[in-house]
Design a protein around this ligand. Structure first.
Ligand code: G4P
Length: 298
């Protein structure tokens, strides 16, 4: 996921998407269940104009299941079918096939009325880097599935995976670029590991994460790091991501320092090593050791 989205990359990704979208009937958009809106592509609605749509909330095993339900209702209210899956373990993946049939029903009917039979509905998977597209395709379509173009004598080009008698899936996913010119979106994507760590300072990410956790999931911090927070004294409002270290009276930094001490992140002189503690906290979040936590609510 060595993606840095220079304008050139975006132009290329957009061109590829436009080319592929022209070939398909159904777009299956993968997003991270922990930040379903921030992890979407800003231009997806115009790119996918006129296509059937499904949004898959991937990595649902790491997200707050209540928030995932809220997000699904949110997208379904916009008329888009949804699924929540854990592609790594494969749970939830089986609901996709009936969902695809449902999404494509109209198309299949229309073909039938026109006397077009044996013309499968074509679908593709798309999402920003690291959202789990390859893992999902493997889990969903399986490695053993024969690829329609994968036979001797068939010229190279687009390869399609036959899912059933009605549906074919493009075997390479579409890569979408995220929108991270908005600071809060960038912060969420960096915490998820969707954009490179070098772009954002880990200390800054850790402080933002602490502020968010204090507000939404205080017990997660207490349980993981074994200290008690005083809710009356430690109220954080992360609505304003621009409020960085110091602007909360240093309270998030105090907590980071507590984490450092608790977890033995110390410098040679015994001082708290905040950089190390930041890395540890972000790692704990990404791996799910802090619990199932969603970074934005609808
Ligand atoms: P991409 O094609 O969209 O770029 O993403 P890819 O499938 O490579 O997945 C990126 C990372 O996300 C991988 O972890 C993958 O295992 C993990 N992942 C994908 N789907 C899920 C999911 O539903 N739940 C969880 N918990 N993780 C998921 P990695 O650390 O980069 O690799 P590895 O540890 O699996 O080798």
């Amino acid at each position: 996921m060595d993606y840095q989205w220079y304008p050139g990359h975006m132009t290329k990704a957009r061109r590829m998407m436009q080319e592929n979208i022209a070939l398909i009937d159904l777009l299956i958009e993968l997003t991270d269940a922990r930040a379903p809106q921030s992890g979407r592509n800003p231009d997806i609605d115009s790119l996918a104009n006129g296509k059937s749509r499904i949004i898959v909330l991937n990595k649902a095993d790491l997200a707050d299941s209540e928030a995932t339900d809220q997000w699904r209702s949110h997208f379904e209210n916009e008329g888009i079918l949804t699924a929540a899956v854990d592609s790594r373990k494969g749970s939830g993946v089986r609901q996709l096939k009936p969902l695809i049939d449902k999404a494509c029903q109209e198309k299949i009917e229309r073909n039938r009325r026109r006397g077009i039979v044996n013309r499968p509905v074509r679908a593709m998977i798309a999402g920003i880097p690291n959202v789990g597209k390859s893992t999902f395709i493997n889990s969903f379509a399986g490695k053993a599935v024969a690829k329609t173009g994968d036979k001797p004598g068939v010229t190279k080009g687009k390869q399609w995976i036959r899912l059933n008698k009605n549906v074919e899936l493009l075997d390479t996913p579409g890569i979408l670029w995220p929108k991270f010119d908005d600071q809060i979106i960038g912060m969420r994507l960096a915490i998820l590991g969707s954009i490179r760590d070098e772009i954002t300072d880990e200390g800054e990410l850790a402080v933002w994460l602490i502020r968010y956790l204090m507000k939404e999931y205080p017990a997660a911090l207490e349980e993981r790091y074994g200290f008690e927070l005083d809710p009356a004294n430690e109220v954080y409002d992360t609505g304003d991501a621009a409020a960085m270290p110091g602007e909360d009276g240093g309270r998030a930094l105090d907590i980071l320092e507590k984490i450092a001490v608790r977890r033995g992140c110390l410098k040679a002189g015994g001082q708290a090593d905040l950089a190390k503690a930041s890395k540890l906290l972000i790692d704990d979040y990404r791996s799910g050791r802090l619990g199932r936590i969603t970074l934005e609510k609808p």
